[in-house]
Design a protein around this ligand. Structure first.
Ligand code: HSE
Length: 434
């Protein structure tokens, strides 16, 4: 085959980055694919707004079906995001015998099984490197480089926007909303950015990684999710005083035959391997039975890094189309058809150390009342800091606990918050040392 034709649906940040990469790196892309890779059509509802990349007017259409129904197009690239319309386009493209590339983590996390099965049924390929970790080739690493391993742990910083916010908050002491807006302006954030800061985006990515790493379809709804919006600059400062930093972590770990699957802010020691992952960077730590620990680091969001992943998928598929063989990775290759999959361990059974910040009135006996509630729930305190009273209002009482059960800590926090001397909701952050 002398050329492979690509049709792109979605000409936003990632779409225009992909077009730009295909044009600017055309020569190396063709060399590596072994065939010319040609953009044949680009569909977007808005084809009037000027993009940074210039394309011929006749390539543009407002109808996604013009891409899907074009018999000359071999690869359909879906970059509109969202679930409903994207799913419809992807399924139609597969039914029409096209190969599909997508960056759509929400769709794969929430309805991946149907998409993988449809790709399998119609014999097409489904490539989704850009769905997790932006430019980090983590899907390929798991599906091929580490395919001999039984994976024990997947843990990482999977959301660039929240990592950018957490990095800038303590450094510059800027208002939260301004930092969020900067992340939007840099093309890092989801639309709306609440999906980044409430943990949904990281949980989508974790669901995809779980399905590949552990070979069992993870139900997105079962992943515990907590975002960063309740954190204050004070918590970040106290964490630092205690020798920690705060990151939004996605954690999945096999324990006693069941799988932990959780996304939440976590305090990690400042010498932890993920502690210096800052700004829009992502990092994913894996532990395999043969390979041991592995770490992947890179830009997890933004136009060019994401385009790097999308175009790598296009090149892989172009090689496959050109060779006319059936050697491409089947869409369902990561699932074990004979395995029912690992059950998710309920969050209440988690055992961890905890940071608690109680806003309490500075009166005699308050600390001992709080300590008594913790003791009743079998929670042992490892350190306490109480800050000076400034204006007669509540003072932050900051505590670190030894390892305790999540259900006991939740109970203790709800009892503490009912005390008359406690003026605000207690902040609880899990401490992750491994
Ligand atoms: N909004 C995502 C992030 C990038 O901030 O990581 C795309 O996955």
């Amino acid at each position: 085959m002398s050329k492979v034709n690509v049709g792109i649906i979605g000409f936003g940040t990632v779409g225009s980055g992909t077009v730009e990469a295909l044009i600017e790196n055309r020569e190396i892309i063709s060399n590596r694919a072994g065939t010319d890779v040609i953009i044949r059509k680009i569909a977007d509802l808005d084809i009037k707004t000027k993009r940074e990349v210039v394309v011929a007017r006749e390539l543009l259409t407002t109808r996604a079906m013009d891409v899907i129904e074009d018999p000359e197009i071999h690869i359909v690239v879906e970059l509109i995001g969202g679930v409903k319309a994207a799913k419809e386009y992807i399924l139609k493209a597969m039914e029409g015998g096209k190969h599909v590339v997508t960056a759509n983590k929400a769709l794969l996390a929430e309805q991946g099984q149907e998409i993988y099965q449809t790709a399998d049924r119609y014999g097409g390929s489904l490539a989704f490197e850009a769905s997790v970790g932006g430019g980090i080739p983590i899907i390929r690493a798991l599906r091929s480089g580490l395919s001999a391993n039984r994976i024990k742990t997947v843990m990482g910083i999977l959301n660039g926007t929240s990592n950018y916010i957490l990095t800038r908050m303590p450094q510059e002491g800027e208002p939260y909303n301004k930092v969020v807006q900067d992340a939007v302006d840099l093309g890092l954030a989801e639309d709306p950015p609440t999906l980044d800061v409430d943990g949904t985006d990281a949980a989508h990515k974790l669901a995809i990684l779980i399905s590949i790493a552990f070979g069992s379809p993870a139900s997105f709804e079962e992943i515990y999710r907590e975002g960063i919006s309740s954190l204050t600059p004070d918590d970040i400062r106290f964490a630092r005083e205690l020798g920690y930093c705060i990151k939004l972590l996605a954690i999945s770990r096999v324990r006693d035959g069941r799988l932990e699957a959780r996304v939440h802010p976590a305090m990690i020691p400042r010498d932890h391997i993920l502690a210096n992952v800052n700004g829009a960077y992502n990092a994913i730590y894996l532990d395999g039975d043969l390979v041991g620990p592995n770490l992947y680091y890179g830009l997890g969001a933004g136009k060019k890094p994401t385009a790097s992943a999308v175009v790598s998928d296009i090149i892989d598929l172009a090689r496959h189309i050109r060779s006319e063989t059936d050697v491409i990775m089947p869409p369902l290759a990561h699932f074990n058809p004979h395995d029912k999959g690992l059950l998710i361990r309920p969050m209440e059974e988690l055992s961890s150390e905890y940071y608690l910040r109680v806003s309490a009135l500075d009166k005699p006996g308050v600390l001992s009342t709080i300590a008594g509630i913790l003791a009743d729930q079998q929670i042992s305190i490892s350190s306490v800091i109480q800050k000076e009273r400034e204006t007669g209002g509540p003072v932050p009482v900051v505590m670190l606990t030894h390892e305790a059960l999540e259900c006991n800590v939740q109970k203790a926090v709800s009892l503490i918050d009912q005390l008359d001397v406690v003026m605000d909701k207690t902040v609880m952050i899990r401490v992750e040392k491994r």
